[in-house]
Design a protein around this ligand. Structure first.
Ligand code: NDP
Ligand code: 8X3
Length: 250
């Protein structure tokens, strides 16, 4: 398989690149931090004898998305699996105090960015007469929680888009899966709290969160099902987390 993973410089996306590479699949890895992309490419090509292409672009910018994808060679355009993983939460404030820049970053990345890449790559998949799009949603796309307002709205949008994409792409032999994790310890909370590592650490204190590898294994399993099987939707949580806010801590 040739697998394009957005947001592969960190967390879930990076672990997903690692598990596909380990299983012998070629990759296209994307993100804005080019040095990290290059480091990961060298590491995976050396360890697993696979081919890795890197595309450094900001998913919020349609022209960057289109230029990056059209720069791929003919062979690299045979994308079998698109993992729509790039995303973020910015801030955690009541709606009346919300930071507009945070709102725009979340909407532009989680919704518009996902749409830009999906439109571009689904046309390639339509030409190839097959494909699989795996969207990383969230428990925040199934429930809402205090101060999560705009992040929850963007992930509810991902939930809705996954369902509608599945219908629109049905006639083109393109599978669509949504994977919705609860708490996963990555750079997510550091980004959410604008680099405040102490505050980020508290999110996971006194509990065992999911690891990015747990989500990567699920993504790999979903992509590895036989051609006639599609997994529509998965919610995956740490054992100590029942809902977005019901969590047991030591
Ligand atoms: P990380 O912060 O560790 O990784 C986020 C990735 O997204 C990075 O590789 C980053 O790359 C990329 N990204 C962010 N903004 C952009 C952009 N504008 N253009 C291109 N790439 C971008 O977080 P996670 O691994 O946790 O997050 C991955 C996904 O999982 C997100 O969609 C998140 O909402 C979702 N999720 C996370 C959960 C968690 O608890 N961690 C739970 C549920 C869902 P770079 O900065 O190099 O551009
Ligand atoms: C990330 C999980 O609960 O912080 O999507 O929104 S949560």
């Amino acid at each position: 398989m040739l697998v394009l993973i957005t947001g592969a410089t960190s967390g879930i996306g990076k672990s997903t690149a690692e598990i596909f590479a380990k299983n012998g699949h070629d990759l296209i890895i994307t993100g804005r931090r080019d040095e990290r992309l290059k480091e990961l490419k060298t590491k995976l090509e050396t360890a697993f004898k696979i081919k890795v292409a890197t595309l450094c672009f900001d998913i919020r910018k349609l022209n960057e998305v289109e230029t990056a994808i059209s720069s791929l060679s003919v062979d690299h355009k045979k994308i079998d699996v698109l993992v729509n993983n790039a995303g973020l939460a910015a801030g955690l404030s009541a709606i009346q105090n919300g930071n507009i820049d945070h709102w725009e970053r979340m909407i532009d990345t989680n919704v518009k960015g996902l749409l830009y890449i999906s439109r571009t790559v689904s046309n390639i998949m339509i030409e190839n007469k097959k494909g699989h799009i795996i969207n990383i949603g969230s428990i925040a796309g199934k429930e809402v929680y205090a101060n999560g307002n705009v992040y929850c709205a963007t992930k509810h949008a991902v939930d809705a888009l996954s369902k509608s994409m599945r219908i629109d792409l049905l006639a083109h032999n393109i599978k669509v899966t949504a994977i919705n994790p609860g708490m996963v310890e990555t750079e997510f909370s550091i980004v959410r709290f604008d680099g405040d590592e102490e505050k980020a650490k508290k999110v996971y204190s006194g509990l065992e969160p999911l690891k990015p590898e747990d989500i990567a294994e699920t993504i790999y399993w979903v992509a590895d099902r036989p051609a006639h099987v599609n997994i529509n939707d998965i919610i995956i949580m740490p054992t100590v987390q029942a809902t977005a806010t019901n969590v047991i801590r030591n």
